[in-house]
Every structure is written in structure tokens, then in C-alpha cells.
Design a binder for this molecule. Sequence first.
Ligand code: PMP
Length: 396
Amino acid sequence: MGLYDKFSRLAAERTHFQDSGASPFGTRIDAVYSPTEGRIGDKDVILAGTNNYLGLTFDAQAIEAAQQALAAEGTGTTGSRMANGSYGGHTALEAELAAFLDRPSVMVFSTGYVANLGIIGSLAGPREVVLLDADCHASIYDACALGGAQIIRFQHNDAKDLERRMLRLGAQAKDALIIVEGIYSMLGDTAPLKEIVDIKRRLGGYLLVDEAHSFGVMGPNGRGLSEALGVEADVDIILGTFSKSLAAIGGFAAGRSGMEVLRYASRPYIFTASPSPSVVASVRSALRAIATRPELRECLWSNAHRLYDGLASLGYALGPHVSPVVPVMVGTKEQGLGFWRALIDQGVYVNLVLPPATPAGVTLVRCSVSAAHTPQQIDQIIQAFSVLRPLAELAG
Ligand code: PMP
């Protein structure tokens, strides 16, 4: 048996999709004009599948800060912080995130995926139990596999199911690690953190919240769902990424001072190159924007409401709540692919998400809204969905 033979079914499916038109896997965006506009082939499109929630990828101050760092410190660190040392920017960014989140300790990682591997994979070893929401991101599952922890999945957003499983654990529950997300990346819904915190207060355990999609997006100060629901003091570790509202690449974990020991114990922290100076500089600038420009969040939510209400009034089946992530259910894989391509023809680029990456095996086109979208652009997106409504009826 050849090395790649086990992928033959997957390869055939991909080839089939590719042969029948534009491919949703590795779509090439041929030009990027702004946070919300680009070109695919010869088609200008509104970018509505980016996670660029605050639209800061073209922020003038962030670009200038990155350019200065690039000129001053070069293109890359060419190694890990353990081996090559930390640059001033790494420690400054950690201090600024710690101050922003009001936490004693912050560790910066090279991506959000690596942050999950580095924290969960190190804390949850074979003797630990992890209770995780069934819809958690792949990086969380992979982190549990890396650490070898015992995994118990509870039903998505079902605090009662979590409680039942905690009770079944008996005395072990008080040391278990509970993992949920702020905003879930596919359905745009949020974790029932108040109920979960109540369970944790009664039965024990540690709580880790991956705020990848909610950092900068929720809470009076943009600190995420934990802040929005007033439960920050009960959350032991906040995880986040730089690849969404912070508009770059990298990740972080914020926790109590005991977390510092992971700098010497976490392999995904130790054995990979640290973020480039320009990335660190743009993230520091974007963090300042989150802290000082609440109007970005207001704009984001106003756009999210506009898109959600517009699509709902067309009769589309959407996610359960208004959110910057707006999933639209579109039928089978084939129908979803046709719908996604037709949207590009209409000048709108979104994400096509196929099972098994979706919850409950549905096919969805996933829109993500940005503060940088103008109301007119949101209306253009709604108009494209309106033109394609008959196609979705077929799919429905
Ligand atoms: N956690 C969650 C919940 C995510 O959705 C993602 C990425 N979409 C990640 C972690 C990984 O983040 P990154 O892209 O920075 O690796």
C-alpha cells in the first residue's frame, strides 16, 4: 500500500469538485484591494469570508508599525524564543495583552492553533480529563490528542449535559479541564458561560475559553464573551488568536501566574520559531485600536444585524443568533458548491463549509462580517443572496 493510498477517496472527491468549476479548496484570491474587496480571476468580489472582524488588515497605523519593525529588526526571528531569545516586541506584546485582559501572565505563540497545542497539550496529560464542547475547533481536539488526555465530549452548548458528565466523574471532576469557545466559528453562537461557571463553582474543575472569534468583538472593552457575560474571574485561561480581530497571525494564552512554567515545559512554545517583528508590531497596534476605538465594534455589530436581518427576511435558514459569523444552510454538498460558485458570479466571496467540518453534517456557506464593510456592501451581499434564493429553495 502506497503512502498516499489512504487518501484516494478524498483525492477523488476533491478532483471531482475541482473539475466542475472554481474550487472551494484553496481558492486563489488574485488581488486584495482592501479588507472587504478583492478579485478572484477576473471577477471583483466583496470579501465576506475573512474573519477580518474589525477590518484592521489595512489599518494605516498597524501597517506603519509593521514597516518600521521590518526595517529595524528584519523579516524574521529565525528561531524560537528559548533558543534565540525574545525580542523586545514579544515581551512588550505580552505585557500589553496582560494589562488589557487584566491577567498576571500572557504567553504569545506562533499561531492560535499552536497556542491550543501548547497550553492544552501540555496541561492535559494522560492522567487528566478534558470535558469539551462537541463543536470545539480542531486545534482543541488535536491538543487533547497531543497531550494524551482522556476526552469527554458534551453536547454542543448543553450545560446540563456537561453537568451530568461532571457528576459521573465523581471526585475527578474537581481537577478536570472544561473547554469551550466564545463564539463558535461555524454557527456563530456563543457558549452558555454563566451556566458553565455555575457548574464549575459547584463541582470544581478549571475553565478554558477559546475566544478566537470573540476577542475584540464582544464585551464592553472587547475582551470577549467572558467579559460580556461578567464571568472573567471564573475563567482560568483565555486563549486567543491574532488572525481574526487582530488582523495578523499568531496566538496567545492569558492565565494566572502559575502558567509561566509552561515557557519551559510546552513543546509547541519551545520548539517553533517566534512571531516575526513586523507581525508583533502590527498586533500591538491593532490591540491599541481595539482598546481605543470602540466604534469599530459598534460598526461590526451594526453590520452583523443588517446582514442577519436581511438574509432572514429572504427566508434563509441561518445560525441561531445574530453574530459576526452568519452561516447560511444550503442543502447537500453539491448544492452548496453550486450556490457558493453562483455567489462568486454575483460578486460575493464567502466560505463554503462541508461536512465533516460542519456541525450536524450540514453544508453551509459561512459569511463573516467586518466593521470595514459599508452598509452598501452589506446590502450588495443581501442582494446577491436574494438573486440566488430560487437556487436555495431547490437546495432546501
Ligand atoms: N481556535 C478557534 C476556535 C478557531 O476558530 C481557530 C481558527 N479558525 C483557531 C483556534 C486557530 O487559530 P489560528 O488561525 O491562529 O491558528
